[in-house]
Design a binder for this molecule. Structure first.
Ligand code: ADP
Ligand code: MN
Ligand code: MN
Ligand code: MN
Length: 337
């Protein structure tokens, strides 16, 4: 049997935004199953995760899928453990309290395809600006949509890998795109977002294009990038009660809870949550039906289904860690449901 390539992926200790790292393990006669993926280790002193004197950190496999971009290959998402087997302080996945996978998450991941030489989005001239935003959202044609070849290749890779991508669209700014991923289970939703981000980085890399995950890479009248978190648990999905949805939304309202959420909703979010460009201000909290200027939007789907369904927290940004976002939402929602 051919030797298999297993790409072990993990999150490093970069601050304030953790980055993707990965390395390849060659395994003989590999079954393709998660339980047959061995633990591995890496040099944590090179990733801001350990001191040089005792540098080993452990990689615990948590999610596996085929890697359609390589021969005989798999992508293995891992979480980082200390040498003694306890979760590393950078391990957001370990903080998720959803053992029974009651929480479903759909993340809308926005990002910019970015020219590493001009430090501008694809579609931006090296000097000056393209036409103002308006025509780019869900656009077609060489004057408005930039980088579609990369986006399409990424979508096919994700689908062939078995990731549950639910859609893609060109976004409001030039060179800005979105993909949506949904999973039943908070940890798995995070796993799939991280693997999809990895595949996006690798796909764009082959074209000499970078991916800019920052929430506000362009100053001025250009949309920032979010990662709206759509979520539900059994209680929300079967509520049949407007009052219950309002109770859950109100659990997000106290000042210290707003602070705790913003703390894990991605770096520099004050640059994006300004009250403009379909956002609520970072220091305010509001919710409303179909309200894209609210912190939490109650989708019309939920109202149309007699107040059973899901909610959308619009505040998490494109560079947020979906594990930490999900963990925090669950912490707020569980006690009231
Ligand atoms: P919009 O751009 O209008 O905010 P999208 O269609 O881009 O909406 O994203 C909506 C997301 O909501 C999708 O990722 C979808 O999977 C997710 N979603 C739908 N139903 C639920 C649910 N019951 N629980 C959690 N997420 C859900
Ligand atoms: Mn969307
Ligand atoms: Mn969007
Ligand atoms: Mn949305």
């Amino acid at each position: 049997m051919a030797k298999a390539k297993l790409e072990y992926i993990w999150l490093d200790g970069s601050e304030p935004t953790q980055g993707l790292r990965s390395k390849t393990k060659i395994v003989k006669d590999f079954s393709g199953k998660l339980e047959d993926c061995d633990m591995w280790s890496f040099d944590g002193s090179s990733t801001n995760q350990a001191p040089g004197g005792s540098s080993d950190c452990l990689l615990k496999p948590v999610f596996i899928c085929p890697d359609p971009g390589r021969k005989n290959a798999y992508l293995v998402m891992t979480e980082v453990l200390n040498a003694d087997g306890t979760p590393h302080v950078t391990n957001g996945r370990a903080t998720i309290d959803d053992a029974d996978d009651d929480f479903w998450f759909g993340f809308e991941q926005e990002y910019f395809l970015w020219d590493p030489e001009t430090e501008l989005p694809l579609g931006f001239p090296a000097n000056g600006y393209p036409r103002p935003q308006g025509p780019y959202y869900c656009s077609v044609g060489a004057k408005n949509a930039y980088g579609r070849n990369i986006v399409e290749e990424h979508l096919d890779l994700c689908l062939d890998a078995g990731l549950n991508v639910e859609g893609i669209n060109a976004e409001v700014a030039a060179g800005q795109w979105e993909f949506q991923i949904f999973a039943k289970g908070a940890a798995e939703a995070g796993d799939q977002i991280w693997v999809a981000r990895y595949l996006m980085e690798r796909t764009a890399e082959a074209y000499g294009v970078a991916v800019n995950w920052h929430c506000k890479p362009l100053k001025g009248d250009w949309n920032g990038s979010g990662m709206h978190a759509n979520f539900s648990n059994t209680a929300l999905r079967t509520a049949n009660s407007k009052a219950f949805f309002e109770k859950v939304c109100n659990a997000f309202a106290p000042a210290e809870i707003i602070k705790a959420h913003i703390a894990v909703y991605g770096a520099d979010n004050h640059l994006r949550l300004t009250g403009l460009h379909e956002t609520q201000s970072i220091d305010k909290f509001s919710f409303g039906v179909s309200d894209r200027g609210a912190s939490i939007r109650i989708p019309v789907y939920t109202v149309d289904h007699d107040w059973s369904g899901y909610l959308e927290d619009r505040r998490p940004n494109s560079a947020a860690d979906p594990y930490k976002v999900a963990a925090r939402i669950i912490k707020t929602v569980k006690p009231v449901s």
